[in-house]
Ligand binder design. Structure first.
Ligand code: HEM
Length: 315
């Protein structure tokens, strides 16, 4: 969105700017876009100013409540099992990985070249099993479930050309990844893609998966500790509530350090700006005060050499 000028090209956006641009450019619903931008702000921004960096920490985002580390900071919005990025444990959760993309493209060949639900069901199980076997700190928690499923259903819903809605093929999807642009002569989808639509698609993605991908975490290799969340037979409304639990979650240890000591401010923002979006779904929205060790002040990516041309970074 920044490359096309729909949000600031400076790398710093705001809660309102990104929520608006997401609707204008990709044709997502008010609810979906407001939710996503709230998650971005909470993950890496300055809550009083509404500003956040779309990469790593930067001086232009005020640290009013503590350090604002940008949305590439791992652990809140940035999770393990991203489509085109490595797990944080391997050292670089932020930069595009061409080999990972190429593996995805190969999987699409089993499904008529489509970046659809079947492709992502296969790819997501592959990444889950791979991380479970190789990443001793694989974290497949509540936000992992919400983000890894949502980002996958977003692709076939946002990126096919709006004139051919059932065609999320290489031509339509590849520019988003390889050059961080829209496809040439691309039109946005005609109807807003809502949180209800997202829940329906996430339920379909999980149902199409060959393996359950049980949420949990590795505490060392060969020691996967399940979280106890049953995702075997979920309804669309329950899947929408998984999205809500990405922010209304009893787990401490997820907030940006900027927000850990400002729980009341966070709670007010969540109650006013986010909870109403989920009012129709009867989600169990509890937000517990984070513990004292919750903040992790490791910064995100650096800000040089980050322009993608055909999948390769340029300085
Ligand atoms: C204000 C709105 C948005 C914000 C703040 C945002 C932020 C993020 C963040 C932090 C990630 C990293 C997640 C991870 O670790 O896997 C991500 C991934 C992703 N987002 Fe967004 N997002 C927004 C809107 C959208 C929209 C509307 C789409 C629709 C195409 C989208 C598509 C994706 C995809 C496909 C990925 C996975 C990238 C990959 O790993 O290959 N996002 N987003």
């Amino acid at each position: 969105m920044a490359n096309h000028g729909f949000i600031s090209r400076t790398g710093i956006t705001t809660f309102a700017e990104a929520a608006n641009a997401c609707q204008i450019t990709l044709g997502f619903g008010y609810d979906t876009c407001t939710f996503l931008s709230a998650l971005g702000l909470l993950a890496g921004g300055g809550l009083p100013s509404g500003k956040y960096s779309i990469g790593g920490a930067h001086a232009r985002v005020p640290n009013t409540l503590g350090p604002s580390l940008g949305i590439s900071k791992h652990g809140f919005f940035e999770v393990d099992n991203s489509i085109s990025r490595q797990d944080a444990y391997f050292g670089d959760q932020a930069n595009f990985q061409l080999a990972r993309w190429q593996r995805l493209v190969n999987i699409t060949e089993n499904y008529g070249g489509q970046f659809g639900i079947d492709t992502f069901a296969e790819e997501r199980v592959l990444l889950y099993d791979e991380a479970k076997a190789t990443n001793p700190r694989f974290d497949a928690g509540t936000r992992w479930l919400a983000v890894t499923t949502a980002e996958r259903v977003f692709i076939p819903r946002a990126l096919p050309n709006g004139t051919d809605l059932n065609n999320a093929n290489f031509q339509n999807v590849a520019p988003f990844y390889l050059n961080e642009t829209f496809s040439r002569e691309w039109f946005r989808r005609p109807t807003p893609y809502s949180l209800a639509n997202t829940g329906t698609d996430i339920a379909a993605l999980l149902a199409a998966s060959s393996e359950l991908t049980t949420p949990g975490a590795n505490e060392g290799l060969g020691n996967f500790v399940p979280l106890g969340t049953d995702i075997s037979d979920i309804t669309p409304a329950q899947a929408t509530c998984f999205l809500a639990s990405a922010v209304f979650d009893n787990t401490p240890g997820f907030l940006s350090p900027a927000l850990v000591d400002n729980y009341a401010t966070v709670q007010a923002f969540l109650s006013g700006a986010v909870a109403p979006l989920f009012a129709g779904y009867r989600c169990d929205l509890n937000f517990a005060k984070p513990g004292p060790d919750a903040g992790d002040s490791t910064a995100g990516v650096n800000e040089t050499c980050n322009t993608l041309r055909n999948g390769v970074y340029q300085c």
